[in-house]
Design a protein around this ligand. Structure first.
Ligand SMILES: C[S@@+](CC[C@H](N)C(=O)[O-])C[C@H]1O[C@@H](n2cnc3c(N)ncnc32)[C@H](O)[C@@H]1O
Length: 374
């Protein structure tokens, strides 16, 4: 098969967001990502009479129309610009946003760990800017069904614009509903008919009852939350319903790498935090979760819910250890001040000037300030 001329008669060519939009030479009306030699990116929509202008090179769009994806344009001013069709992950990060988007690394995990399969009936809320909707639609395909619920009409409009712009039209499997999930979901779906439910919202625990009613037995609930306090509340409330399996939670960090000759190392900057993911599965109606063999840590569920070190599971530190750490700290301060351990007139037990003993890692941890600036 010719790699750059998409045939129009194969049935899969008409798939939304499929080969017809992803293969072949650049066409007018198409979005193209331009990268200059400094790595700066610009996204343009090619038009027959369009002109791209920047400090690092300018050219007429007509020079690019008809050229293959991955063309390097040599501009009259001697600059070079690399032209590529954006991937979904590029598009998500450059599209207009109303609400914060789910990053591609997390969207990938939701599709994988949420087991979003072709033909699945999926519900997501909220829609925000529509970033996750595109990954979900790609995964369920034309024969699936995605209902995206968003309480804000303005955000729903932004999401529809972004998603239609990516697929080139309304995706046949997509239905957008505005309103609060707790009210919309029971009207939108039959009980026990939803295969997968994804919650990306401030208070997902408010929707656990409607989620339990909507999900098929064994159906997967995936939640994405930004903070540990949300994560904890959600996990406890899920357990409290007795309708779901034991929740699993994790976060992922993506560290990009600098690749140059012998200088192959992690980049200095990274996105340190996006959100936490949690999955759980709907139990068959009438069943409750198996009793856990391993009992929760002592103090994990305090009757009076006080925030004490013991109750949040911190390891207790003995008075003896604290005394030792204090001694070490004093010794180090003396060494820094006088150049020897045990300054004249002090009662430090190491007055011979020998090196202060290095505290064990436990001691160091106990002595370290909480912000980790030791
Ligand atoms: C962080 S955004 C979602 C981003 C989206 N997943 C994306 O990838 O672009 C959270 C959205 O949830 C919506 N929302 C919050 N609670 C909701 C509820 N109970 N029902 C429907 N939408 C809700 C908010 O209006 C907001 O747009």
């Amino acid at each position: 098969m010719s790699s750059d001329t998409p045939s129009t008669d194969a049935p899969h060519e008409s798939l939304p967001g499929g080969p017809a939009r992803r293969r072949g030479p650049f066409r007018a009306g198409e979005r193209v990502q331009l990268t200059d030699v400094k790595g700066r990116m610009h996204t343009v929509v090619l038009t027959h009479d369009g002109y791209f202008q920047s400090q690092r090179g300018s050219f007429r769009h007509s020079e690019l129309i008809g050229k293959p994806d991955g063309t390097v344009v040599d501009t009259p001013t001697g600059h070079q610009l690399l032209a590529l069709r954006p991937l979904l992950s590029d598009y998500v990060l450059s599209m207009p946003r109303g609400a914060a988007v789910i990053y591609p690394k997390d969207a990938g995990q939701i599709v994988q760990m949420g087991d979003i399969f072709p033909g699945a009936r999926v519900v997501e809320a909220g829609v925000g800017s529509g970033a996750l909707s595109m990954s979900l639609l790609s995964a369920v395909g034309e024969d699936g069904h995605l209902i995206s619920v968003e309480r804000r009409e303005d955000f729903a409009d932004i999401a529809i614009g972004n998603v239609e712009s990516w697929f080139g039209d309304r995706h046949p499997a997509w239905e957008v509903r505005t309103g609060d999930l707790a009210e919309v979901l029971p009207e939108a779906v039959e009980p026990a008919s939803v295969d997968r439910l994804i919650l990306d919202m401030l208070a997902p625990w408010e929707n656990l009852d409607v989620a339990a009613d909507a999900l098929v037995p064994g159906g997967v609930l995936v939640a994405y939350v930004a903070t540990t306090t949300q994560l904890s509340r959600l996990a406890e409330d899920i357990r409290g319903t007795e309708n779901f399996t034991e929740p699993q939670a994790w976060e992922s960090m993506m560290r990009t790498w600098h690749l140059e000759g012998l200088a192959v190392r992690p980049d200095h900057r990274m996105i340190g935090h996006t959100g936490f993911l949690l999955t759980t599965r709907r139990l068959a109606p009438g069943n409750s979760p198996p009793r856990r063999k391993r009992r929760p840590a002592k103090g994990a569920y305090p009757a009076d819910a006080e925030w004490t070190p013991d109750e949040v599971g911190e390891r207790p530190i003995s008075e003896k250890k604290i005394r030792r750490v204090r001694r070490d700290v004093r010794r180090r301060a003396e060494m820094a001040q006088f150049g020897v351990a045990g300054a004249p007139g002090t009662t430090a037990d190491n007055s011979t000037g020998a090196q202060a003993e290095t505290p064990s890692s436990d001691d160091a941890a106990a002595a370290a300030p909480e912000d980790g600036t030791a």
